[in-house]
Design a protein. Sequence first.
Length: 204
Amino acid sequence: MPAEARISSIWKKQKLFVALFLIAIGAWFFFDGFIGYPRNNARYQAWKAHMDEGREAAWPAYADQHGWKRDEWPNWIREHHPSGPRPEVPFGPDKIVGQYVFGSIGILLGLLMLGYWATQKNGVLRSEEGAVFTPGGKRVPFEAITGIGKKRWDSKGIAVVRYEIDGKKGQFIVDDYKFDTDPSRKILEEIETRLLARVSAESA
């Protein structure tokens, strides 16, 4: 019986969310590298100048004037540099470059995921009277199907359908999470029924 399984709404939303999340994380790293860390360094250097020049008493008023936390850098020093000289800046060039590296990785992975989502979101797995059409649009006659791998079917709803056309082997995935569940299962059931019937007829 003909059936049609389109990409499920939850799959499309999930993959899109992951792509946008990775891009947002990458953008956050870039923000810290371009703006966040330099701003922190500027606040720290102002505080350090007060300490180095013996103007500790003037710092609270100076911090209040700029809307900064009075104890931000004393607390940071106690946590990260309890002994030894104070560093020139809390976030040196290596840390800023690191933000750019991680930001690039995040955005690259996000764009790759977004590209994958864009190529998959309109996919359709469907069957007609004599064949099944793969998500890529290839028509595979039922008699060309040579086997079904169901190792992950019970646990993940994923089956691998293998076929051979004009001496060329191929395969496609039936995924009842990625595609609409009921139509996906009907298509796989029909593939399996026809394959078993053919195998039984050939062995008779």
